[in-house]
Design a protein around this ligand. Structure first.
Ligand code: NAP
Length: 283
C-alpha cells in the first residue's frame, strides 16, 4: 500500500512560508505584485486565473488582472507586456495560456522580461535551467521536485521515467530530475514498448493527459508514481493519468488527483513571485 503524497498539505506549507515573508515585507512598506494577463474567454483559463488570484490573496501578494478581449491584437498585448516590464511595482508577469490563435505565444513569452518571468517559460530561463544555474523554474515540474524532497523520496541514482515531453511539463521535468542526479528516460507518443520502460522505473512522472493510461501491470512493486494528468472520466469527474486504486496497492508512494500535483503548481508560482522580488533587491 502506498503513502499518499499530499500536495494540498505541502502546497499550504509553501504558501504559508511565502505568506510569512510577504507579510514581513508589508510591515516594512513593501507590497509584492503579480500581473496576471488573460486574453479571451477560455473557461478553463478563467478557472486557473481565479485559483491563482486566490493564492495571491492568501499569501498577501497583490494580483493585478488584465482581462483582455478575444479579439485583442498581438501588438496590444505586446505593448501591455512592455509596460509591465517597465513597471517597478510589478514583480512577476504571468500570461495565461492558451492565447487566441491570432496571437503567437512564443512572441509573447519572449517579450516578458526574464527577470519577471515567474512561469519560467522564457528561453533565457529555460537555458539557465539546462545549465543548472539560478533561474525561474517552471512551476509544475519544480513543484514535483519539491514534493519528492518534502516526502524524503530520494532521486539521486534512481531510475526516473517521465511520460510526456511537452515544453511546460515533460521536458523540464526530465531536466530537473537529471539535475537531481536521477537516471532519466523521457517517453512520448512514438516510444515503443512503453511498459518495458515504466516497469524498470523507481519514479514515474506521468504527464500525458489520458485518463486511466497507467495501470498496475506497467509498474514495478514499490515504485513512486507522480500523476500530473488532469482529465475527466466517464462521469465527468476530475482524474489523472493513472488507475489510482489499482496502483495504490502496488506503489510505495502516489499522488492523488485532485490534491496532488495541481496545488503545487500554484504554490510554486507564489514562491517564484517572492524570488523575483528578492532577486530584484539582490537579497
Ligand atoms: P501535452 O502538451 O498534450 O503533452 C502530452 C505529452 O504526452 C506529449 O509529449 C505526447 O507525446 C505524450 N503522449 C501522448 N500520448 C501518449 C502515449 N500513448 N504514450 C506516451 N506518450 C504519450 O500535455 P501537457 O501540457 O504536458 O499536460 C499533460 C497533462 O498534465 C494534461 O492532462 C494536463 O492537463 C496536465 N497538467 C497538469 C498541471 C498541473 O498543475 N497539475 C499542469 C500542466 C499540465 P508527443 O510529444 O509525441 O505528442
Amino acid at each position: 500500500m502506498a503513502i499518499i503524497i499530499d500536495g494540498k498539505k505541502v502546497s499550504k506549507e509553501i504558501k504559508d512560508e511565502v505568506r510569512e515573508k510577504v507579510l514581513a515585507l508589508k510591515e516594512d512598506g513593501v507590497e509584492l505584485a503579480l500581473a496576471v494577463v488573460i486574453v479571451g474567454n477560455d473557461n478553463a483559463s478563467h478557472v486557473y486565473v481565479r485559483n491563482k488570484k486566490r493564492a495571491c490573496e492568501y499569501t498577501g501578494i497583490r494580483s493585478i488582472e488584465y482581462d483582455l478581449a478575444e479579439d485583442t491584437k498581438e501588438e496590444e498585448l505586446l505593448s501591455l507586456i512592455d509596460k509591465l516590464n517597465e513597471d517597478k511595482d510589478i514583480n512577476g508577469i504571468l500570461v495565461q495560456m492558451p492565447l487566441p490563435k491570432s496571437i503567437d505565444p512564443d512572441k509573447v513569452i519572449n517579450r516578458i522580461d526574464p527577470n519577471k518571468d515567474v512561469d519560467g517559460f522564457h528561453p533565457i530561463n529555460k537555458g539557465k535551467m539546462l545549465e543548472g544555474s539560478e533561474c525561474f523554474l517552471p512551476c509544475t515540474p519544480s513543484g514535483i521536485i519539491e514534493l519528492l524532497k518534502r516526502y524524503n523520496i530520494e532521486i539521486e541514482g534512481k531510475r526516473c521515467v517521465v511520460l510526456g515531453r511537452s515544453d511546460i511539463v515533460g521536458k523540464p521535468m526530465s531536466i530537473l530530475l537529471l539535475s537531481e542526479n536521477g537516471t532519466v528516460t523521457t517517453c512520448h507518443s512514438r516510444t515503443k514498448d512503453l511498459s518495458s520502460i515504466t516497469k524498470e522505473a523507481d519514479i514515474i512522472v506521468s504527464a500525458i493527459g489520458k485518463a486511466k493510461f497507467l495501470t498496475s501491470d506497467m509498474v514495478k512493486d514499490g515504485s513512486v508514481v507522480i500523476d500530473v494528468g488532469m482529465n475527466r472520466d466517464e462521469n465527468n469527474n476530475l482524474c489523472g493519468d493513472c488507475v489510482y486504486d489499482d496502483l495504490f496497492e502496488k506503489c510505495s508512494a502516489i499522488t492523488p488527483v485532485p490534491g496532488g500535483v495541481g496545488p503545487m503548481t500554484i504554490a510554486m508560482l507564489m514562491k517564484n513571485v517572492l524570488h523575483s522580488y528578492e532577486n530584484q533587491k539582490g537579497k
